[in-house]
Every structure is written in C-alpha cells, then in structure tokens.
Unconditional design. Structure first.
Length: 470
C-alpha cells in the first residue's frame, strides 16, 4: 500500500500512532454495518463499503486501513471474489477477517485458502470479534516489520545477503574467528551489460539467479563463511583462506558459467584479497579485491588474481594521470617525437613515425606506456589522437613552407577512433586546413587497435589459465 503520512508520524501500515487504527467494514446490510460500527467504535475508526467492488474503491482512497471485516454473501462482488482479486492487488498483505452466518467447515476452509487471516461468525460476539481483530492487526504489524527487515538485509532477486548485510556479517565473522586467516573473493562477469542487452532483462535476471545458486553451492562446503550479491553482476564470498581450495572453486565456477549458454562467451573475473588484519574495514577489503579483479580483465587466460600492494600504488598513479590529462592537453605538454623509418630497398631513411611523449612540468619526460593505456580505457585517447594528427600536419606545413620536400609521416590511430564515425572527415579536415597532400599523412593502427584478445574466440582449458598467487 502507498503510505502518505510523514515517517515520524506513522506506525506500521501508515497508521498515526496517536490515532485509532482504521477498519474497513464490507457488508451489504446497513443494520449489520451499524452494529459493527457500535462494536468497534470505541477502539477503531470505521469506514464502510457495501460490497467487494466498493471496498476496493475505499482502499484506493484510504492508504491507512489496518484490517478488513469482510462479509461473504453480497451483491455485485461477494467476499469470495474480493479475496480472489485481492491476491494480485496492492492489498495482498492486508489482514482480512471473513464474517458470515454460515458455520460449516467447508466455508471456513475455503476463505482461509483464499487468503483470509481469520474467520468470525454471525451473530457477533463482541469480545471474541475484538480479540480476533486485535490479533490480526498485531500479526500484520510483525509481518510488515519482517518484510521491511528482509528488504533491508537481503537482495530481492537472489535472496542472498545484500552489500550492507554482507559487510556487517563478515565483520562479525572475522571478530569471532580472529585467529583464522580468511580471504575475500569478489567476482563479476566481464561485459555483463552487453550480455544483458543481448538476452533481455528476464534472461539476465535468470542468469544472476544461476550465479547466486552456484555461490550457494560453493559456500555449502565451507564453514564458517559469508556470501552476498553486492550489486548487479558482482558477488562476494568470505571464506577461510586456502589457496588450492580457492583455485579449485574458481575452476568449477568458471566451467559452470561457461556451460550456462554455449552460444555466448561468458567470462568471470575473480579478485582475491587475503585478510591479514581482521580489524580492517570490510569496505576497504572489498575495494582491494575489486582492484585485483580488474587486473584479470582483458588479459588472456587470466581469470583469478590476488591483490598485491603495488596495485594500490598503480591506481593512485593512474588517478593522478587522469586528474592532469586535460590540463596537459590544453597547455600542450604532449610532445611529438619523430622516429625515422627506412626504405628497405635503398636502406636509406624515408619518412618517420610520430611518437608521443608527455613533458610533465614537475615529473619530466613520461613514457607513453604510463599514460596511453589509461587514455585508451577512459576514451581520452580520441582527443590525444586528434592533437597528434594536428601537430604532425603543422610540422609538415612548416617543412613545405621552408621549401623542403618531406616524406610521409605516420600517425597512430587508436582503437577508440576505429569506432569514430567522423574519423575520415576529421583527418581530411586537418589536411585541408593546413594544405597538406594526403599522401604525406600515413595512418598506422596501434597494437591495441589490431590486437584481438584470444579469449573472445577460443575457450581455453581452465587448467591452463595463468594464476597470480599471493
């Protein structure tokens, strides 16, 4: 149900703590509604409906109804039909007490099967009716609180612990078993968003439930341990550290995941953080396991990686480069270095390849190996490519203006620009802008643009994958 009251003013099911609980009486006989109003009026606020259809209209207007007293025999929509339709309505968890003059066992059994919480008979016994109603409301409140707690602690799709609950339970686990050495295993699926796009949301959810089932199966043989779905396709397991045992688990999980749908190449990445300090924050442990998992991605036959301290240093260095890259481009810190090329027939120099170097004002000359992979991952390489093309066009223009007859210079085209729909117009625009004969500007694909990871095409033997040990 939709609650409209401010949180500070409402209790379970939206009832203001200072007001009487609201009861919906569904009864076609006016005299019976009057009797029930007199019975309930001292403890409850009463609203009325003369049949099941009218009851749904009242519920749609009143979000704070605590329970329903439902007559079974009514025109338009009887109580049985109301109970049936209620199952798939927003009011499925609202407690309903069926009221009727029919006292046979079959009637009682039928309404209970249809989802009624309790059964009361006519003529009304005031004390019994009030007790049944009170018990139903109390049960309802406990049920609602249980639902809220479950939603707070568990993942709705898979039923595993959610992130917050996992962190809390793992912290308790480590505190309880402080003398044992544990490992945090974090895994996700490479390019899951693409698989989800191919499959559709329903099949994507089914696959996530499959992963959760595999994780449960793995955890069944471990004690003590905790496990969870952290987010999307990311799962986590904290278990006693045993390198050979973890290796076997990863082998089995990889094989099962690969077999899920042979029409698609489904590849996980496992990051392992061995816990040496059980008092460390679980969030930190998780982040370090995530760093390890990222080391696997895009690497041939590498599905498992242990965290090493140098990974954190590498991330800090990468972040510094990311923070400074736009300023470096704006202030022209990137320099063009020309590497001579030779004519194999004449064995004489002929043209050159334009190489990039970063002349940092504080750290000096930086090798492209430090920053080009980062630029390729975050897409900034597209801007750097264009910068280098233009710088080479400017060099060629200067040489031509000086009366020279330059040989062609090769410029790199990265993987990102291979997907650039404006690639041709951008390069032609530069040669036109500087009046450069197009033959003088050769395009050369970088290694990353032409290299295709074998993992995309061949499924390696799981036993042959490379593994980084702690």
């Amino acid at each position: 149900m939709t609650h409209t009251l401010p949180a500070a003013e409402r209790g379970p099911r939206g009832v203001k703590s200072m007001d009487k609980p609201k009861i919906l009486v569904v009864e076609d006989q006016a005299i019976n509604r009057q009797i029930l109003r007199q019975i309930l009026g001292t403890e409850y606020e009463v609203v009325e409906a003369e049949n099941g259809a009218a009851a749904f209209e009242v519920l749609a207007r009143s979000s704070d109804v605590s329970a329903v007293l439902l007559d079974l025999v009514m025109p338009v929509m009887d109580g049985y039909t109301f109970l049936e339709k209620r199952k798939t309505s927003p009011y499925a968890s609202l407690p309903v007490i069926a009221v009727t003059g029919e006292k046979d066992d079959d009637t009682e059994q039928k309404v209970l099967q249809l989802g009624a919480w309790d059964f009361a008979s006519k003529p009304y016994r005031t004390d019994v009716l009030l007790l049944r109603l009170k018990n139903a409301i109390i049960r309802s409140q406990f049920y609602l609180l249980s639902e809220m707690r479950y939603a707070y602690e568990y993942d709705a799709l898979t039923g595993l612990y959610n992130r917050a609950k996992f962190f809390m339970e793992t912290q308790a686990l480590l505190e309880k078993h402080g003398q044992r050495r544990f490992a945090l295993v974090r895994f996700d699926i490479d390019h899951f968003h693409l698989l989800n796009s191919f499959w559709g949301e329903e099949e994507g959810d089914r696959f996530l439930c499959f992963l959760a089932a595999q994780l449960r199966d793995t955890a069944a043989g471990l004690s003590p341990c905790t496990y969870a779905r952290i987010s999307a396709d990311t799962f986590c397991l904290c278990e006693p550290f045993d390198e050979s045992l973890i290796a076997g688990q990863v082998d089995r999980l990889c094989a099962r995941i690969a077999d899920y749908n042979r029409n698609y190449l489904i590849e996980p990445s496992f990051g392992i953080y061995v816990i040496d300090d059980p008092t460390e924050k679980i969030q930190t442990m998780y982040e370090l396991a995530t760093l390890a998992a990222k080391e696997c991605k895009g690497r041939y036959m590498s599905y498992l990686c242990y965290y090493k301290p140098e990974m954190s240093k590498k991330i800090a260095q990468e972040q510094q480069i990311i923070n400074e890259m736009q300023q470096a481009l704006d202030t022209e810190q990137f320099q063009v270095y020309l590497q001579p090329k030779y004519n194999l027939r004449t064995e004489q120099p002929y043209g050159a390849e334009a190489l990039i170097r970063w002349l940092h004002p504080e750290r000096g000359l930086l090798s492209p190996g430090l920053f080009i992979p980062i630029f390729e991952r975050n897409g900034f390489i597209g801007k750097v490519d264009y910068y280098m093309w233009e710088k080479v066009c400017q060099i060629l223009r200067r040489w031509i203006d000086a009366g020279m007859d330059p040989a062609p210079i090769s410029v790199n085209v990265s993987r990102v620009n291979m997907y650039n729909p404006h690639l041709v117009s951008q390069i032609c625009g530069l040669t036109d802008k500087y009046g450069i004969p197009p033959r003088l500007l050769n395009l050369e694909l970088t290694e990353s643009a032409t290299w295709t990871t074998p993992r995309r095409w061949a499924r390696p033997s799981w036993r042959c994958r490379r593994r980084d040990s702690p």
